[in-house]
Design a protein around this ligand. Structure first.
Ligand SMILES: [Zn+2]
Length: 257
């Protein structure tokens, strides 16, 4: 097989979906994911049948009932609405962690790299139920100025400033420019609220030789943008993925002056 027929550009692994290409994001979109999972289940059922775990009749039955036309999407959405999402189970799990951290002597709780209101609120309410420690809530806007779940910065700052977060912020994400837009949206929605801002050193790309992730933003880039974030209202600035001690040193030097 010629080498160039199978490389990182021609093959998109399912695991590239988060920082992956536009095509991969479309593939895993809300519209497609049920159909994709149906195909995965069917492929698994076929493998099970090959190894004698399912009879041919059972496989036929699964195929018949998993045909696209059989799934009533409208009804499926209604059922999801009716049963809701078990927030309490998650909340208790987060409360347990927050309690252990509080007893261990931490000074602050950080709920970071969040994408959805459901999970974040479970973590926040769980933590609040067991501790008086300050809590920072930080979303990751890895679709630019939207989270993976489509959450907007203005809705995040409204919700968590009202719920009593000490700091609201953003970490990880995409570019430093997009982070500026996010911080601007936070500041415009709830003026003077303390903000926490910790971007990646850019969007990583793979060095095919070393198979290492490469981040293009250097210490000076991070430092220049950290100043902008502080001017917009950030009270805590730093760096997430791809930042080295040099990046952090440059940020400190820029914002302490
Ligand atoms: Zn990160």
């Amino acid at each position: 097989m010629p080498e160039e027929s199978f490389n990182h550009e021609t093959f998109l692994s399912p695991f590239t979906w988060r920082y992956g290409s536009k095509e991969m994001r479309q593939l895993f979109s809300e519209k497609n994911y049920r159909a994709i999972w149906r195909k995965i289940w069917l492929a698994l059922a076929e493998a099970q049948q090959q190894y004698g775990l399912l009879t041919t009749e059972e496989l036929q039955n699964i195929k018949k009932y998993s045909a696209e036309s059989y799934i009533d999407l409208k009804r499926a959405h209604e059922i999801e609405k009716e049963i809701g999402h078990d927030l309490m189970a998650e909340l208790k799990t987060f409360a347990e962690q927050a309690k252990a951290l509080t007893e261990g002597g931490v000074d602050l709780l950080l709920i970071e790299t969040m994408f959805s209101f459901e999970e974040t609120t479970a973590a926040f309410e769980g933590a609040k139920s067991v501790t008086d420690l300050p809590i920072a809530v930080s979303f990751s806007y890895d679709r630019g100025t939207r989270s993976m779940m489509g959450v907007k910065p203005k809705d995040v700052i409204k919700r968590y400033s009202e719920l009593g977060a000490t700091l609201v912020g953003a970490n990880c994400g995409t570019t430093l420019e997009n982070m500026e837009a996010v911080v601007g949206e936070y500041a415009a929605t709830v003026p003077n609220f303390p903000l926490w801002v910790k971007p990646n050193a850019g969007v990583p790309h793979m060095d095919i030789e070393t198979e290492q992730g490469i981040y293009d933003m250097g210490p000076e880039d991070m430092a220049a943008y950290a100043k902008i974030y502080v001017e917009l209202g950030a009270k805590v600035v730093g760096g997430c993925c791809g930042n080295t001690p040099e990046h952090i040193a440059a940020i400190v030097k820029a914002v302490k002056n």
